[in-house]
Design a protein. Structure first.
Length: 500
């Protein structure tokens, strides 16, 4: 069939995702919290010093505790992008990564023979699920890594095991989510062994698959040791995954709340999975079933992992549907134009120019002519931009207490400040102590005295801000609609001309 200049389902997916996230979702991508700013600052430090920091750059609550910069390559990438094109270029690159990931899912399903409509539906479903944690942070590279791991596991390429080496060697220096990738391979190994035990006619084939995937698991695990910290990286990552304080206190580590609208797509995906497992005539192959259940468990454990479920479980469920209802047995007369045009399309023909235009926009710092499409500054409604500016002008000094989500912003916007929380290095005791002070639980005054806190930069209507306003020994030095600054009385004065 002659190829036509029409977009494939992969192109449609890319064009629906990349510009929407890069431009329309730029603020959410880069400023959902202060973590990106912290990663940028860490990357800048690595580039300037030509070495990995051994300790936190600013947090006094972790002191000289050794720092394992598990995402150091990501941080260097973010710092370089920030230097060239600011926040707009970071937003564009993140949008391109998002669009490419989900367009590859569509193309993967098409190459496996799936109907174009099914491929498009699966790609967009995975995108909707991933939207909850597609952010310009190192975690986005783990979503990509999980997708590529699934592609390799489903590949029939000879000696495909060797490709796991570069994937996991790079992934281990981008983000700690490589642990999910290892578990995904392990799920396939367990499934292969299970199938070998259940069947007699195909036992040798399943055992061969188990050997191949076990070899892939071994190579991938060894490849993760190719990082500056060696086996110590395992302790850091496993410690974060199993931390009770993280899972109880940090929003993205909490289990999804199905009373919230944002969690309903995941709930719908879970129910759909259960329905498919019940009504589809053929059962799922055990490697697919174990992979789906494993990714579902991770999504139920922490909301940040729902995106991983989207890029692993959804493609497998789509393949399961395709396997049970092939095209010649399917009566689905709708959207025939999509199926007809996709078979005559050239994948990538439309995505390439769109990607080039978005990159040009990012390199121009978000400007199209004289108008700005992507803001090149941190939002003063989300972060204490003016408060920090005034404090730096007045050369305020002292240990700062602040909301958890502002820690990364202080790292980038106020170098040299002494902050309570470094989002790139904290401990269980830091989490517990921060919660006690911020919520004014019994003993919060003792905690503030223990850490010798001299400044508090807080949200105006927060419980602690309202409490300090009436607390003897504290004086408000600055306030605006986003932030207030309190100073401890021994260091406070009302004579600052910048005070408001």
């Amino acid at each position: 069939m002659r190829k036509l200049a029409v977009p494939s389902v992969a192109d449609v997916t890319f064009m629906m995702a990349a510009p929407v996230f890069a431009i329309g979702g730029a603020v959410r991508l880069t400023q959902s919290d202060g973590d990106l700013a912290g990663h940028i600052r860490m990357g800048q430090s690595i580039i300037q010093l030509h070495q990995l920091p051994a300790h936190s750059l600013a947090s006094y609550t972790v002191g000289s505790s050794p720092l394992i910069a598990q995402a150091w390559v990501s941080e260097v990438i973010f710092a370089m992008l920030f230097a060239v094109g600011g926040l707009p270029l970071i937003s564009v690159v993140a949008g391109l990564v998002i669009g490419l990931t989900h367009s590859l899912i569509a193309q993967f399903l098409r190459r496996r023979g799936a109907d174009p409509r099914l491929a498009l539906m699966a790609a967009l479903t995975s995108l909707i699920l991933g939207a909850s944690h597609w952010l310009a942070r190192p975690h986005m590279f783990s979503i990509v890594g999980a997708t590529l791991t699934l592609f390799l596991l489903e590949s029939t390429r000879p000696r495909r095991e060797i490709y796991f080496v570069p994937l996991f060697a790079i992934w281990a220096n981008l983000h700690g989510g490589w642990l999910f990738g290892l578990l995904l391979i392990a799920a396939y190994v367990a499934g292969d062994v299970g199938e070998a035990l259940l069947t007699k006619t195909e036992r040798s084939d399943w055992l061969a698959c188990a050997k191949r995937n076990f070899a892939a698991l071994t190579l991938a695990a060894l490849s993760t040791l190719l990082n500056p910290y060696g086996s110590r990286l395992y302790g850091e990552v496993i410690g974060a995954v199993t931390s009770p304080s993280l899972s109880a206190s940090i929003d993205e580590y909490l289990s999804p709340n199905f009373h919230e609208i944002s969690s309903l797509p995941f709930l719908a995906a879970i129910l759909t999975t259960l329905v498919l497992l019940t009504v589809v005539p053929k059962r799922l192959p055990l490697p697919w079933l174990f992979a789906i259940l494993m990714s579902m468990f991770f999504g139920m454990r922490a909301a940040r992992n729902i995106a991983l479920f989207g890029v692993t479980a959804i493609p497998l469920l789509a393949l399961h549907v395709h396997r049970n209802w092939p095209e010649h047995r399917r009566a689905f007369p709708y959207f025939n134009a999509i199926a007809r045009l996709d078979s005559a399309s050239r994948p990538g023909l439309w995505s390439g120019p769109v990607a080039a235009l978005l990159l040009a926009l990012g390199l121009n710092r978000g400007y199209l002519g004289s108008g700005s499409l992507i803001a090149d500054h941190f939002d003063a409604r989300r972060f204490p931009v003016e408060a920090v500016r005034q404090a730096r002008i007045a050369q305020l000094h002292g240990r700062i207490f602040h909301p958890w989500t502002w820690g990364g912003y202080f790292l980038e916007a106020w170098p040299g400040s002494a902050i309570y929380v470094d989002p790139l290095k904290f401990s269980e005791s830091t989490i517990r102590s921060h919660t006690r002070i911020e919520s004014m639980y019994p003993g919060w005054r003792t905690e503030m005295a223990r850490w010798n806190i001299e400044l508090a930069v807080l949200e105006p209507r927060s419980r602690l801000a309202l409490g300090l306003a009436a607390e003897p020994g504290w004086s408000m030095w600055y306030h605006d609609s986003t932030a207030v600054i309190f100073r401890h009385v021994p260091f406070a004065t009302s004579s600052f001309p910048e005070a408001r």
